[in-house]
Design a protein around this ligand. Structure first.
Ligand SMILES: Nc1nc2c(c(=O)[nH]1)N[C@H]1C(S)=C(S)[C@@H](COP(=O)(O)O)O[C@H]1N2
Ligand SMILES: [Mo]
Length: 415
């Protein structure tokens, strides 16, 4: 990897691995000791009871500080201030599951099938991928198409993501393009269809919780990866272990987790959540609350320009001068400009913006702000992409609450 700015925040003064590993193996007595608690009625605790205070952490498989949105399927987002690192640690990568975890996530014996409109259909193990293709490591961002849905008015059905369904981890794997070239994509191919081993909520083995795809041109993009490592370690169970797609800049739903098959098709893929209103937006702007017929909805492709303020945290106290920093990203373009405002958007000043460490990575930015007097301020951050498109003030409303890229606002008390 090329240069990065490292910032640490308070939560990292305790080495997270140690704390997590310790908690995972600790009994109740030690858990109490860790939290600095005595449990007076410990003798009455049923054997195997997980103390309620620890239950969420346990459910989220060691994830650190994520906000649980729902547990069936499991969905959890990361508060903005916990996304401060230039590369998102595995235990802070958000979770968006449409079904239940596969029965087995054992990398040994896991296979990926490439078939359909290819000359050489193949079934590959993870070792085959490692041995036959160039293994690369890239920082790539994944954002859920519904990130920001909580701000829709009238509200949109679905997970009420605020700002934290975004992450940029470092992925190791192979280029999808290299694998597709080895399989020999035929001229008739127009689309991919992705399948994973997760289980539909109904338990029906014939149904996929999610099976999406992308146009063949996007599948052949250099940045699209089949990943078997995340941040130098195994993939987290809820982030698709042991094998997944990573399609930076496109709706997260393209990045199939627990990947078992890439079906090369001569028609647009019609798998689960490709049709109707799922991951689609109206072909034309509509007034909030409009019912849009299915035939007027188009499949979402590249995500719009967006940014986050990851320091300071919303609701925190700051001095009269502070560094403000975060990340900015955009679908198939790059972010060209980053600005901040402390006067509710009346004036904006340029922030320092890094180039992406590689194509498909988010871009880190920072600015120093000086508050003119003590009091409450809102820090607003606005990114502009390489086509001159900036983050808007207002949501472009759509029925399912996708693509909200309004700018991020963080309130602070300066003194
Ligand atoms: N097999 C499978 N892949 C999936 C999903 C899923 O439910 N099943 N969810 C998708 C959606 S909607 C998103 S936003 C991303 C989220 O990736 P993450 O959970 O690793 O953050 O995974 C995608 N891949
Ligand atoms: Mo998503």
């Amino acid at each position: 990897m090329t240069e990065r700015t490292e910032h640490t925040n308070e939560a990292e003064t305790v080495p997270r691995e140690d704390r997590r590993g310790f908690l995972r193996t600790a009994g109740f007595a030690t858990m109490g000791a860790v939290a600095g608690l005595t449990i007076p009625f410990r003798a009455n605790m049923p054997n195997g009871l997980v103390p309620a205070a620890f239950a969420q952490g346990d459910l989220l498989g060691g994830k650190d500080g994520l906000t649980l949105l729902g547990d069936r399927p499991l969905n959890a987002e990361t508060p903005a201030h916990l996304l401060d690192d230039p590369i998102t640690p595995t235990d802070r990568h958000f979770i968006r599951d449409n079904g239940q975890l596969p029965d087995s996530m054992d990398p040994d014996g896991w296979t990926l099938t490439i078939d359909g409109f290819v000359d050489n259909p193949m079934t590959l193990t993870i070792d085959d991928l490692r041995e036959n293709f160039e293994v690369i490591t890239r920082a790539l961002h994944i954002e859920c198409g519904g990130n920001g849905r909580a701000d829709f008015d009238p509200p949109a059905r679905g997970n009420q993501w605020t700002v934290g369904a975004i992450a940029c981890s470092e992925w190791t794997g192979v280029r999808l393009k290299d694998v597709l070239e080895a399989a020999g994509v035929q001229d008739a191919a127009v689309y991919t269809g992705h399948e994973g081993a997760d289980i539909h909520l109904s338990g029906d083995p014939d149904k996929f919780p999610l099976s999406r795809g992308m146009p063949i041109d996007k599948a052949m993009d250099e940045t699209v990866m089949i990943a078997f490592e995340m941040n130098g370690g195994p993939l987290h169970p809820h982030n698709g272990a042991p094998l997944r797609l990573v399609v930076p800049g496109w709706p997260g739903s393209c990045s199939q987790k627990w990947l078992t098959r890439i079906w090369v098709r001569d028609v647009e893929h019609d798998g689960e959540k490709m049709r109707g209103q799922s991951y689609r937006v109206p072909a034309y702007p509509v007034a909030p609350g409009t019912d849009v017929p299915n035939e007027d909805m188009v499949i979402m492709e590249a995500m719009p320009v967006k940014s986050l303020v990851t320091f300071p945290a919303n609701g925190s106290e700051t001095g009269m001068e502070t560094e403000v920093r975060g990340h900015a990203w955009v679908g198939d373009r790059t972010v060209e400009r980053m600005e901040v405002s402390i006067d509710f958007g009346a004036t904006w000043s340029d922030a320092e913006l890094d180039a992406p460490v590689n194509p498909g990575a988010w871009q880190n930015w920072r600015a120093n702000v000086t508050f003119p007097q003590a009091g409450y301020y809102e820090i607003w951050a606005r990114a502009t992409d390489s086509e001159g498109v900036a983050q808007p003030h207002a949501i472009s409303w759509n029925p399912r609450g996708y693509l909200n890229n309004t700018f991020h606002r963080v309130g602070v008390m300066a003194s």
